[in-house]
Ligand binder design. Structure first.
Ligand code: SF4
Length: 253
């Protein structure tokens, strides 16, 4: 964590005192990322807006070679195939392919961006400070990755120096995620961070404009929130994140 960043303990206190949460200005790191995913995100179809809820059907199926084969794989073959994947240049410097964590029969599927350094070492998504914070947020709505959540990323391999995913990397890796979603068949999806949100909605908008609504990914309710790593850098996003998790809890019933 950078010097001067909010400590995890401070954020825990903030979360436990929701009515006292500050309304800091929301300033996204990713406001100029509209070009990201430009080769993939034109397939989202907005179906309507009712009572503040936007409904989008995202029919992305991927365009890379081999997608037809991936779309026919069972879970074990899919994980094994991704574990040896060399479809994009990220395979060259990765330590581990980070496929997923949690339960395949979970009601909730959480989709992040890409592995970081700790995830690349552990082979598990959302470890370290960001992972602990995600676990805390889940606990705040009575969920846990141990019992009720499946977690993965858009990219299965770490981009060097944690840079943003590139459009061609997302295009090459997307069939794995698409098939993961089909096989896990979650009741609800939570997208955390800009890239997952843009991929799943098909909307090239900043996260601050995407969050706050309920979407549909191929019929599955989709909620969007900030990536916990970004939240650790900007405590002003704590309140909207809290609201997103309340929305998630409401949808899950
Ligand atoms: S990021 Fe995805 S497409 Fe690229 S090498 Fe890893 S698994 Fe394959």
């Amino acid at each position: 964590m950078k010097p001067g960043s909010p400590r995890l303990e401070d954020l825990i206190v903030l979360l436990s005192r929701s009515k006292d949460l500050g309304l800091g200005a929301i300033v996204l790191d990713g406001l100029t990322r509209e070009e990201i995913l430009s080769s993939n995100l034109d397939s989202g179809v907005e179906l309507g807006r009712t009572g503040g809820e936007t409904v989008v059907d995202q029919s992305f199926s991927g365009t890379s070679a081999g997608v037809e084969v991936v779309s026919e794989m069972n879970y074990e073959v899919l994980e094994e195939t991704a574990g040896h994947c060399q479809k994009c240049a990220l395979c060259e410097k990765r330590n581990r392919v980070v496929f997923a964590d949690g339960h395949r029969d979970a009601r909730l599927m959480i989709i992040g961006e890409a592995p970081g350094a700790k995830e690349d070492q552990a082979g598990i998504p959302f470890v370290g400070h960001a992972g602990k914070f995600l676990d805390l947020l889940l606990a705040s709505v009575s969920l846990s990755r141990k019992d009720s959540v499946y977690i993965c990323n858009v990219l299965k391999c770490r981009p060097p120096a944690n840079r943003d995913p590139l459009p061609d990397e997302i295009a090459m890796c997307a069939p794995y995620l698409t098939q993961q979603i089909a096989l896990v068949a979650p009741e609800v999806i939570l997208a955390v961070g800009t890239f997952a949100a843009q991929f799943l909605t098909g909307k090239k908008l900043p996260l601050g404009k995407l969050r706050g609504s309920t979407y549909s990914y191929k019929g599955v309710p989709l909620v969007i929130t900030y990536h916990p790593a970004a939240l650790l850098r900007n405590s002003g996003w704590t309140r909207p994140t809290w609201e997103d998790f309340q929305l998630l809890r409401k949808i899950m019933g």
